[in-house]
Ligand binder design. Structure first.
Ligand code: THU
Length: 137
């Protein structure tokens, strides 16, 4: 069941909007921003950060998650991904895997600047994920 309410969704969109122009995207010219809501109600933002060695690029979602984890926050309620595209953008496979590591029940909100949105549970985006329990057996 999707848990995020309208007010929090707006707050996450504002936070993402506030950083999207910090996306470092000289190669793709495809800026994305993420806003991650912790169980404590804190918001961490992230943008995609590209590199001349393309494979060293970091996605917006993982930037936000790694910022939060390195500050001691590991339980998340919602992650909003903001794009300037016509249709909402969904997190890449690596981001889905990293999201799954921390919060299986998280709502993933995929939203465009002009407000088109799709909301799904990360479990829907990455069913039968490989996870810690597969190692700890
Ligand atoms: N990108 C993200 O930031 N998140 C995703 O989930 C999909 C892809 C970025 C990586 C790269 O900077 C650009 O989008 C094009 O792939």
């Amino acid at each position: 069941m999707i848990m995020i309410n309208k007010k929090l969704k707006e707050k996450l969109k504002k936070a993402a909007q506030g950083v999207i122009d910090n996306a470092y995207v000289p190669y793709s010219n495809f800026p994305l921003a993420a806003a991650l809501l912790t169980k404590e109600g804190k918001i961490f933002t992230g943008v995609n950060i590209e590199n001349a060695a393309y494979g060293a690029t970091m996605c917006a979602e993982r930037t936000a998650i790694f910022k939060a984890v390195s500050e001691g926050y590991t339980d998340f309620k919602a992650l909003l991904v903001l794009s300037k595209t016509k249709k909402p953008v969904t997190p890449c496979g690596s981001c889905r895997q990293v999201i799954n590591e921390f919060s299986k029940e998280i709502d993933v909100i995929m939203m465009t600047i002009d407000g088109r949105e799709i909301i799904k549970k990360n479990q829907e985006l990455l069913p039968d994920a490989f996870a810690k329990g597969d190692i700890d057996q």
